[in-house]
Write a protein of this length. Structure first.
Length: 365
């Protein structure tokens, strides 16, 4: 009697045998996404160790070709969806998706796809108290179940029939010019230490004068700075725990004309930089770490009226400043926001670079 083949993406029973004293080998057959039956083996000092190592190998095998069905668990569907997001996504974004997937899987992951109904989703989301978390979890549910529909595991996406969830939007809070001056004085007053080289004032100026995200500004490399033309090219970003990543949040490289006060900062730092320095900002010969920079900013502002200020507030301040002087479309261009408006107004980027720099000079100390 001919056995039915293993389902694609699955494996058979793990078998183990002793191959020599204190040495075991475990073996199992796995059917890959192309339908090919492959042998997976591992060895260990005990049966349990060998079997455990085989299971680890199985867990690392690609499952992109594995089929989904209505009997697939929601956890499997979520894992499949998020595992296919690595290409083209910023690491911070990917990390957030994995966080939200984990939250949904922890609550609903044991349900089969055919059991995931609008009512069950509504009931769960109603138990999530934070509006933003509720919105984000519904988002990953929708995107992962869109994939299940595309692959034929579901006839329709039940999330579309759920109650709409709105994320709680915070009011935009930006610094006034007076507060910008106060911020500069506070960070300049923070004494240097063995672990803090006094980079805050310059980092504040560069972020204010470019509108860069923290990781983009702190991750500026000297090879991306043109002191003669007065431009910086944003090609990547610093990611907490990962270092410099050759990508931006919108996956686009942008060149910015910097205002004179930023150019002056860059020229001074270039003259003071150690030989072989890669980054404009370094601490102990390495790129800055976000948590450390956030801590030092917090210490500088502690007890002041600006204790609420974060690195992202500087970006909002630049956006507000440009919006008031040049308009929202130009502000969007400078900040590198991905939008249809930015695409339609691409010519503005070429013709108004000097206007951006001139306007931002108003933020000079």
């Amino acid at each position: 009697m001919v056995r039915d083949p293993l389902p694609i993406g699955s494996h058979g029973k793990i078998m183990a045998r002793r191959i020599k004293p204190k040495r075991w080998m475990a073996r199992v057959y796995f059917r890959d996404s192309a339908g090919v039956r492959r042998e997976v083996t591992a060895q260990g000092p005990t049966r349990a160790a060998a079997e455990h190592r085989v299971k680890l190998k199985l867990s690392n095998l690609p499952v992109a070709g594995a089929e989904l069905s209505s009997a697939t668990t929601l956890r499997e569907a979520l894992d499949r969806w998020v595992s296919g997001l690595d290409d083209g996504l910023a690491l911070n974004t990917l990390r957030n998706y994995k966080l939200w997937v984990g939250q949904v899987a922890g609550a609903l992951g044991s349900l089969r796809l055919k059991e995931v109904t609008a009512g069950r989703i509504d009931s769960y989301l109603a138990s999530v108290q934070a509006p933003t978390s509720r919105y984000n979890q519904r988002l990953v549910l929708k995107m992962s179940l869109d994939e299940a529909v595309r692959l034929g595991a579901l006839p329709h996406n039940p999330v579309l029939a759920t109650r709409t969830v709105k994320g709680k939007r915070k009011d935009v809070r930006a610094l006034t010019l007076e507060q910008v001056g106060q911020l500069r004085r506070l960070v300049a007053a923070l004494p240097t230490t063995r672990t803090y080289s006094g980079y805050l004032p310059d980092l504040v100026d560069i972020l204010l004068g470019t509108g860069c995200r923290w990781g983009e500004g702190a991750g500026l490399r000297w090879e991306d700075v043109d002191l003669e033309s007065g431009t910086v090219t944003v090609r990547g970003t610093l990611i907490q725990g990962k270092g410099w990543q050759a990508d931006t949040k919108t996956h686009e490289v942008r060149t910015l004309q910097v205002p004179p006060f930023v150019l002056a900062v860059l020229r001074r730092r270039r003259s003071e930089a150690r030989e072989g320095a890669v980054f404009v900002f370094e601490q102990g010969g390495k790129s800055l770490a976000y948590n450390s920079a956030r801590t030092w900013l917090g210490r500088a502002l502690k007890g002041s009226e600006l204790e609420w200020v974060t690195w992202h507030v500087l970006r909002k301040t630049t956006a507000t400043f440009l919006d008031e002087r040049l308009g929202i479309a130009e502000a969007s261009l400078q900040l590198g926001h991905a939008s249809e408006e930015m695409t339609r107004s691409a010519y503005v980027q070429r013709s108004k670079q000097a206007a951006f720099a001139e306007a931002l000079e108003g933020l000079a100390g």
